[in-house]
Design a binder for this molecule. Structure first.
Ligand SMILES: Nc1ncnc2c1ncn2[C@@H]1O[C@H](COP(=O)(O)OP(=O)(O)OP(=O)(O)O)[C@@H](O)[C@H]1O
Ligand SMILES: [Mg+2]
Length: 368
């Protein structure tokens, strides 16, 4: 296994800047996830690492060897695609062995590697079947098996679960995680699914329009987003963002949200001094807001008055949609909450969970 380094990697397709100046260092045995919306350059980045796409500029190293101009076959990596075409006329064994035969691996080595991979993937009883006699999840595992038997330096996976239905996806996701723990492999994994990214990744790279927005652990991406894009791309429902005017009142910095004044906690007092103007965006996640009970809020919560517009019971919890003036606010609350649409409500924002962004740059003033 090996470390993978991308240095100033850029890819332009005529006027389209698909990937712009990406710098990444994927550690040996790390599971790194590239996450972002459709068209943000995830697949293009992965294809450049694989050698299937030429770089416009920059360089790539695998295991401290410059592979920028090496053909895919000399890079010692295995790729699992979204559309993993298995050979329909071959058995599971033959599908897994095929690439090794091409590489003139000895018969005994092929036998050993395929059986090891089949063992890891739970395909042992299926080796003589053909793809059409398998379920979607089993086919997916054969596609993974083809990559595993190669014993590559790194695995590149492009949305490998996207052809599976929701239940199988969750199940295969868990299997993938276990597989990574067992193989200790370096993996670069592309997805636009934030749950996959959060559950699988040691670190997540969030991309937008070819540009890396943040590289961090799942915890860091969720709790310390570097800008409003990351803050709202990860998390369901997404983080609430309120446009605010920043004012100074007797030495304190306060935020005015929809004509309600809110004293800012100390961390934000300092951060607000970095604002370029007097406008800010205050952010808070739906689970970091509570409803007042009997007009009372627990300590550490900043009050705001809102109107309940819509209530969504989800079974295990309730998602409440509120209006604060013309700003929308979403709250995740307990399924015992009794609020109903059309009523007013007093809410409290957890002061230790507030975020503040500069509306000009959209950057977090706390975490960037
Ligand atoms: N061969 C190509 N020729 C021209 N433009 C391309 C080519 N391949 C990709 N692009 C463009 O480059 C950008 C990035 O594409 P890419 O396939 O890397 O996105 P992605 O993040 O993988 O998206 P998705 O989640 O939809 O798979 C897009 O604007 C896309 O249209
Ligand atoms: Mg893609």
């Amino acid at each position: 296994m090996a470390q993978v380094d991308l240095n100033h990697v850029t890819k332009e397709f005529k006027e389209i800047k698909a990937v712009q100046d990406v710098n990444l260092s994927v550690a040996d045995q790390e599971f790194l996830v590239l996450l972002g919306p459709s068209g943000c350059g995830k697949t293009t980045t992965l294809r450049m690492v694989a050698g299937l796409e030429e770089l416009s500029s920059g360089s790539i190293e695998i295991g401290n060897r410059d592979v920028t101009w090496l053909p895919p076959k000399d890079r010692d990596i295995a790729m699992v695609f979204q559309n993993y075409a298995l050979y329909p006329h071959m058995t599971v064994f033959e599908n897994m062995a095929f690439g090794l035969k091409l590489r003139k691996v000895s018969r005994t080595d092929i036998e050993r590697r395929v059986h090891e991979a089949a063992e890891i993937l739970g395909l042992n009883g299926l080796l003589t079947r053909r793809p059409k006699e398998l379920s979607g999840g089993q086919r997916q595992r054969v596609a993974l098996g083809r990559a595993i038997v190669r014993e590559p330096k790194a695995f590149l996976m492009d949305e490998p679960l996207s052809n599976l239905d929701a239940k199988l996806r969750t199940q295969t996701r868990v299997e993938l995680k276990r597989l990574h723990q067992r193989l200790g492999a370096t993996v670069i994994y592309v997805t636009h699914d934030q749950t996959e990214a959060m559950t699988l990744g040691d670190r997540i790279v969030v991309m937008r329009e070819g540009v890396v927005q943040q590289v961090d652990t799942p915890d860091g991406i969720y709790h310390r987003p570097a800008n409003t894009f990351v803050a709202t791309f990860v998390g369901t429902p997404p983080m609430n963002l309120f446009p605010a005017t920043i004012e100074r009142q007797s030495g304190r910095v306060v935020a005015n949200i929809e004509n309600q004044t809110m004293d800012l906690p100390n961390e934000l007092q300092q951060a607000a001094s970095k604002l370029t103007g007097n406008q800010a965006i205050i952010g808070i996640r739906p689970e970091d807001i509570v409803f007042a009970e009997g007009g009372q809020l627990p300590s550490g919560y900043i009050p705001l008055d809102a109107m309940i517009r819509l209530v969504e019971p989800m079974g295990h919890e309730i998602i409440a949609h509120l209006d604060i003036g013309s700003s929308e606010c979403v709250v995740r609350t307990s399924n015992e909450w009794k609020g109903s649409a059309g009523n007013s409500a007093r809410i409290g924002l957890a002061s230790s969970r507030l975020h503040i962004f500069d509306p000009e740059s959209e950057r977090s003033l706390l975490y960037s």
